[in-house]
Write a protein that binds this ligand. Structure first.
Ligand code: SF4
Ligand code: SF4
Ligand code: SF4
Length: 250
């Protein structure tokens, strides 16, 4: 029998929802993966930890504290492949909202705001601290996309990461466009791969997977104003929920 691939899961600034999504893979899929991988660290599911070499490390959460850099560098040194998973890790995600506010700590923690363990900097993607080989984006990740990417790696294939907009997924499932219904939508520049569940459920895409490479943000703002009915200010800040690290029009 061939040697199993050693896999570890690590978390940084996050809600751990992406780890939960991995555990949500369910018994048949996860047990199937366990025929080929050995999970050596995964805080959400086991207490064991490792200091050994790792074949594939999955990192959840943003890089938001300089104090985390050493741990990230150690993970990189011990890992053949590093995969950032979840939008916190791939683009800074929802944590990056704080990058636009100065008084959030005071508002949340009051007189305890200056306690040392609350010290943090801007929320950035993991790639700001170490080299990342692949990104699996989404908030949370899509568990089926995760399983596909792990399967690709196990078969020695380069995982496919979509670089086209959610509109493509949306058209494939024949959903009526939100703009035709007098609504707005960020799917025109959002990174696809999710299957466009939000427009299919009657709500706009909020770009939780971030943008495609080189998005035309000027055109996005224009369409949000002219077709989506948003005010110019709202159109510029609309996508900040997940993409505030990348929105060029602030
Ligand atoms: S990407 Fe979303 S679900 Fe995943 S850890 Fe971050 S906030 Fe939680
Ligand atoms: S609803 Fe959104 S994702 Fe779908 S086609 Fe329209 S703009 Fe694109
Ligand atoms: S449709 Fe947009 S908001 Fe919904 S899951 Fe896909 S990328 Fe995220």
């Amino acid at each position: 029998m061939s040697k199993k691939v050693k896999v570890a899961f690590f978390d940084f600034t996050s809600c751990e929802g992406c780890q939960i999504e991995v555990t949500n893979l369910g018994e048949p899929v996860f047990m199937g993966l366990l025929d080929h991988i050995e999970v050596v660290e995964f805080r959400e599911a086991m207490s064991e930890q490792t200091k050994e070499q790792i074949d594939v490390s999955f990192i959840e959460g943003s890089f938001s504290r300089e104090a985390d850099r050493k741990r990230l560098e150690d993970i990189r040194k011990r890992s053949s492949v590093v995969i950032a998973y979840g939008s916190c890790a791939t683009i800074g995600g929802i944590n990056a909202l704080k990058n636009h506010q100065n008084d959030y700590k005071q508002a949340v923690y009051g007189k305890d705001a200056e306690m040392p363990h609350l010290d943090s900097a801007k929320a950035k993607p993991i790639s700001e601290a170490i080299k990342v080989d692949y990104n699996i984006t989404g908030c949370p990740i899509d568990k089926n996309e995760f399983a596909r990417i792990v399967s690709d790696l196990l078969h020695g294939k380069t995982p496919f990461v979509p670089n086209y907009p959610v509109c493509v997924d949306c058209k494939m499932r024949e959903t009526v466009c939100r703009y035709h219904l007098g609504d707005h939508c960020l799917g025109v520049t959002a990174r696809a791969g999710c299957g466009a569940p939000c427009p299919a459920d009657g709500v706009p895409c909020e770009a939780c997977r971030g943008f495609v490479d080189h998005p035309n943000q000027e055109a996005l703002t224009k369409v949000l104003i002219e077709k989506g009915g948003l005010s110019p200010d709202r159109a510029k800040t609309k996508s900040r929920m997940w993409t505030s690290n990348y929105r060029s029009e602030q």
